[in-house]
Design a protein around this ligand. Structure first.
Ligand code: SAM
Length: 268
């Protein structure tokens, strides 16, 4: 992963750098929910993007980042705009949209509203980093005819983040059916159930299992085990059913990880 200081001498965090790495060189970028505007500032000052829009819905971060962009001498290159989601860009204004650091449901709803308003016209690449609900973002990408071209996992300050890059390509349907063909998962499950696992855990990430994938799912399994212990203490009528669901999820994720590990050791 490349890292470099920007014109103002700032380095990006590991997570933001991984996002920046998936932005195509030369792309005009809109960073929606930009908050501190560190990403668009880095992209233009590193010369990766000719110009960028930093969109933000809250006044506080908007004012702070506008002041910093001005101080850094980047005001001609980064437009800081207030607005909800993709309302801050005109159709055809950008080539790449980044939405990072929000829940997957919010990211999908911003994309949906933006698409309906024509704001994704001309956009070739989406770089999306949901904090939770990654499956909702993958589902949106798939259902709307985009192609999930790359996935990354990074750990920062003890948290795992998935970053998804989607592209608008002519044969998205064909590429998507190959990508979501889960026959490589040697599990005794119906095809539809395996596809759900790919949506949940990432079709690229599962095809290229590494220590980061294992680390992320170890951490998720610990969270699920904690939830199961909490539910065990509850005497609500729903508790037994809910606990059973969590235990089944733990078992399934464990089986996926074991099957990938077995594949890895037999191929090495
Ligand atoms: N994108 C930055 C990052 O990844 O470091 C900041 C993430 S911050 C946790 C999420 C930001 O999204 C907040 O500043 C919030 O105000 C903004 N936000 C939430 N909903 C939004 C929306 N519908 N439109 C624009 N910005 C939004």
């Amino acid at each position: 992963m490349k890292t470099a200081a920007n014109a103002a001498g700032r380095m990006l965090s590991k997570r933001l750098q991984a996002i920046a790495d998936l932005v195509p060189p030369g792309a005009r970028v809109a960073d929606i929910g930009s908050d501190h505007a560190l990403l668009p500032a880095w992209l233009v000052s590193a010369g990766k993007s000719p110009c960028a829009v930093a969109g933000e819905v809250r006044d506080g971060p908007l004012k702070a980042s506008a002041a910093r962009i001005k101080e850094d001498g980047l005001a001609d290159l980064v437009a800081v705009r207030k607005g909800d989601g993709l309302a801050v860009v005109a159709p055809g204004e950008v080539d790449c949209v980044v939405i990072a650091g929000m829940g997957g449901a919010l990211i999908a709803s911003i994309l949906e509203a933006g698409a309906a308003a024509g704001k994704l016209e001309g956009v070739r690449t989406l770089v999306l980093q949901p904090n939770v609900g990654e499956d909702l973002v993958r589902r949106w990408i798939l259902d709307k005819g985009w192609y999930l071209a790359a996935e990354r996992i990074v750990e920062e300050d003890g948290r795992w983040y998935e970053i998804l890059a989607a592209q608008r390509v002519p044969d998205a349907d064909g590429l998507n059916s190959a990508l979501y063909n889960a026959s490589f998962l040697k599990l005794d499950l119906p095809a539809e159930r395996k596809k759900e696992l790919l949506l949940r855990m990432g079709p690229w990430l599962l095809r290229q299992p590494d220590e980061r994938l294992a680390g992320k799912w170890r951490s998720e399994l610990e969270k699920l085990a904690f939830i199961s212990r909490q539910i065990e203490r509850s005497d609500s009528p729903d508790a037994a059913r809910r606990r059973q669901e969590v235990l089944e999820e733990i078992k399934l994720i464990g089986e996926v990880m074991a099957c990938l590990q077995a594949d890895n050791s037999s191929s090495s």
